[in-house]
Design a binder for this molecule. Structure first.
Ligand code: ADP
Ligand SMILES: N[C@@H](CCOP(=O)(O)O)C(=O)O
Length: 321
């Protein structure tokens, strides 16, 4: 459970006084998520999500994230809409943290996604890329090549505590990625963390997308490679080519991929596996004392990375066009 900051009733009441949402009825910490403190907030005005932004989210990026949700929601994407207070502001401060309220989305995230879920996500991701084509704000991806190196610098001296030889293997892979990372692929607004816990399914409706706090401007097909990693492996760590095909084909149907994007997918998937391996490794090695949070397994992404190292064409992902 990610609740790093407790919110006393009085502070919440003062915060809510700036909104037209009525009094709060309940405010419960949410048992998912790892980055921020999230609460399910019920007020006389309805049901909302209250988020207090924690360590990895930079305050100066918050207008970008909140602006992106607003743009996406206004362009047909099912996603939370930031709630404005009476001054028209969507960002405030609560318990010494930047804080915002967004609308609550119905739906269930799938721990064990099916082929159909993978297809729906491929389609939703492509539609998100299309819908944000004209979004004017930009944010550099601070978790790309340079960011990975910075994370590695902070973790490599202890990486072998998690797996013998991991430090060297990460250093070698980072060197490979920095020599080969593509420079000319189409860029745009990417979600950058579209994992199963960030997609809410409701029968008969496009899935709801949440958690835009890693969104940034980067290679669009890199976002797809993140989904390939997050949606197309089984609990026994094997790659599921049927899910891979469903995800890639559905994405391609809604936003046709260029040939160079398709060719780059194995490399992009190595990069995205490295990104999650590193953030998980850092979190694994430094759980804050007293925090109610279960760190995610870094070795899951080490195994995925090893798989992508064996792939040299998209056919190995089960997809031939
Ligand atoms: N707008 C929303 N509507 C419904 N549930 C939400 C919404 N935002 C967050 N949640 C719930 O809160 C959980 C944590 O939110 P998330 O943004 O993923 O947190 P974090 O950024 O800390 O990882 C989600 O898994 C989901 O259950
Ligand atoms: N998706 C990341 C961790 C961040 O997840 P969040 O959805 O809780 O923000 C991972 O699996 O490593």
């Amino acid at each position: 459970m990610a609740v790093y900051t407790d919110v006393p009733e009085d502070d919440l009441a003062r915060f809510l006084a700036a909104y037209d949402l009525g009094h709060h009825l309940t405010c419960k910490g949410i048992a998912e998520g790892v980055e921020n403190s999230n609460f399910l907030l019920r007020t006389e005005g309805g049901q909302f999500i209250l988020t207090l932004y924690e360590k990895r989210v930079k305050r100066e990026s918050l207008p970008y994230f909140l602006g992106l949700m607003e743009h996406a929601a206004e362009h047909g994407i099912t996603c939370p809409l930031p709630v404005k207070n009476r001054d028209g502001k969507v960002l405030g401060e609560l318990c010494g943290r930047p804080a915002a309220i967004v609308t609550f989305l119905d739906g269930i995230s799938r721990r064990r996604p099916t082929v159909e879920h993978a297809a729906q996500v491929g389609d939703a991701l492509a539609r998100f890329h299309n819908a944000t084509f004209e979004f004017q704000m930009c944010r550099d991806n601070d978790l790309s090549l340079e960011g990975w190196q910075r994370l590695a610098d902070g973790a490599l001296d202890r990486a072998n505590e998690v797996r013998t030889g991991l430090a060297n293997a990460i250093a070698e892979e980072l060197s490979y990625l920095s020599r080969n990372w593509p420079k000319t692929l189409p860029k745009g607004t990417i979600h950058a963390d579209l994992f199963p816990d960030n997609v809410l399914f409701v029968e008969g409706r496009a899935p709801g997308l949440i958690d835009f706090y890693f969104a940034c401007t980067d290679i669009l097909a890199y976002d797809l490679s993140i989904c390939l990693n997050a949606w197309c492996f089984e609990p026994d760590h094997s790659y599921n080519a049927t899910k891979g095909r469903a995800l890639l084909a559905a994405y391609h149907a809604a936003r046709p991929l260029r040939e160079d994007e398709i060719e780059a997918l194995p490399l992009l998937a190595r990069g995205s596996a490295m990104r999650f391996l590193l953030t998980r490794l850092i979190d694994w090695l430094s759980v804050p004392t007293g925090a109610l949070v279960q760190p995610k397994d870094p070795l899951e992404y080490w195994r995925k990375l090893r798989f992508h190292q064996t792939v040299n064409s998209v056919a190995s992902y089960g997809w031939e066009i």
